[in-house]
Design a protein around this ligand. Structure first.
Ligand SMILES: Nc1nc2c(ncn2[C@@H]2O[C@H](COP(=O)(O)OP(=O)(O)OP(=O)(O)O)[C@@H](O)[C@H]2O)c(=O)[nH]1
Length: 424
């Protein structure tokens, strides 16, 4: 079956070859037994990225500040009809457009709207995508600036235009950022704008990595307060694609993979040439769904089957030792037995967020809570976080708490100490 896409350029939008509708969201939610009200990453107040938007914080049953309940009429019968959006990011030349072309020419039946962001006035990537795709489409371009800063308002406008005027024409939105984009502010767009968050749901961040050049970029030491975009793109990813493996040796690839795993201990990683990956690996990821947190933590476990990752995980388990990783952005994983006092957890997280929200890029956890038969799942991005009861622990199952933080200048010792203070 031919895949179908919606491409737009500037204000003109054109729909092509609409056929079968397949909404991965409905699939996700239908298979979930998590209460619907917990399906969304809810948003507190935020000072994230220096942005001054504020909303009145509310408290949920666990006294956690939560996202205000927007009236989501389509969710009344348990269906989340928001359109999923995927952000494709990655450093300059890493293969983002190549991946996009692979997605658009693959045989998956999804109808996809594409938003392309380029710095220059000439939309080279747009032409490249258009020239590879099967029809004479248009691409919605955001030129003359970067989505993470100068043209963020344009992104909001385009998303709103897509979902209010052409929602029935596509099933998924893909946003390709520039190679120098910081993902944080782009992610924030999906929570900070009420209209966008009502109609669009961030499905995941896919980061392309150029295996030939990434090590150099990741190692680049930037002046104080200047962000290393390459590192940030890896840190925020739900899925990482280490591309251009034809240009490096196995040994180089192993070193790079370890380095990336050290920065982001949550994301799944795949090695590829010319962006050839399974479409399910990049679309329908559910990176911000609470009901998927557990599988993220579990898949992290399964990664540990390899010797290399086992060693890596042991490092995260808390033994500081010198090694080649020198990035200020790292992952800290806490794996611990014992039960959590939720009030203590609330207090600790609130303190942590107050002190360090800017540096806390992502955090996810599955926790064993005192007096509860259910797992407690938690996830957050900077100041936005939420938690809810998940699946019930099996009677003979060992209740292990697992919590992963990705961020800048994380103090592993303090994090462990803070977590320990939450144990009942
Ligand atoms: N050897 C090799 N070249 C690749 C691979 N993937 C992509 N390329 C080439 O790398 C170049 C850059 O790829 P793009 O897909 O344009 O990269 P991009 O991330 O979109 O680039 P920018 O938009 O400039 O940031 C192109 O010439 C691709 O054909 C790969 O796996 N191996």
């Amino acid at each position: 079956m031919a895949a179908n896409y919606l491409f737009c350029r500037a204000s003109a939008t054109k729909i092509i070859n609409s056929s079968q509708l397949l909404n991965p969201l409905s699939k996700t939610l239908a298979s979930s037994n998590t209460p619907l009200s917990y399906q969304f990453l809810r948003y507190v107040h935020t000072t994230f990225s220096g942005n001054a938007f504020q909303k009145i914080p509310r408290k949920n049953s666990r006294n956690m500040s939560t996202f205000p309940d927007y009236n989501l009429p389509d969710t009344a019968f348990g269906l989340d009809s928001r359109v999923p959006a995927t952000i494709i990011t990655g450093f300059l030349g890493s293969g983002k457009t190549t991946l996009l072309n692979h997605i658009l020419t693959a045989n998956h039946g999804k109808r996809i709207a594409v938003i392309e962001n380029e710095f220059g006035e000439v939309d080279i990537d747009g032409s490249l995508v258009a020239s590879h795709s099967s029809s004479n489409e248009e691409i919605l371009m955001v030129n003359n600036g970067c989505l993470c800063c100068t043209v963020r308002g344009d992104l909001v406008k385009m998303l709103i235009e897509l979902v209010t005027q052409r929602r029935d024409k596509f099933d998924h939105i893909i946003i390709e950022t520039t190679g120098l984009a910081k993902p944080g502010p782009v992610i924030e767009t999906f929570c900070s704008d009420e209209m966008v968050s009502r109609h669009v749901k961030l499905d995941g961040v896919v980061t392309m990595v150029d295996s030939k050049h990434a090590t150099r970029h990741l190692n680049e030491v930037k002046p104080r307060f200047v962000v290393n975009e390459c590192t940030e793109q890896v840190a925020y990813a739900d899925r990482i694609i280490i591309n251009k493996t034809d240009l490096v040796t196995e040994a180089d690839l192993e070193v790079l993979t370890k380095k990336i795993r050290h920065i982001n201990g949550m994301a799944q990683i795949q090695h590829t040439k010319y962006g050839v990956v399974d479409i399910d690996y990049v679309l329908g990821v559910g990176g911000y769904d609470l009901d998927r947190v557990e599988s993220v933590v579990r898949s992290d476990d399964s990664d540990c089957a390899s010797h290399e990752h086992k060693k890596d995980h042991e490092h995260h388990k808390g033994h500081h030792h010198d090694h080649a990783h020198d990035s200020a952005v790292t992952s800290v994983s806490i794996v611990s037995e014992g039960t959590i006092d939720l009030d203590e957890l609330d207090d600790w997280l609130e303190r942590l967020i107050e002190e360090k929200a800017e540096d806390l890029y992502r955090y996810k956890g599955v926790l064993s809570v005192n007096g509860s038969e259910q797992r407690y799942v938690l996830q957050g991005v900077h100041t936005m976080y939420d938690g809810c009861p998940g699946n019930t622990w099996a009677p003979d199952e060992k209740r292990i708490n697992k919590l992963v933080f990705i961020g800048r200048d994380l103090n592993e010792t303090r994090l462990r100490k803070g977590f320990k203070g939450c144990l009942a």
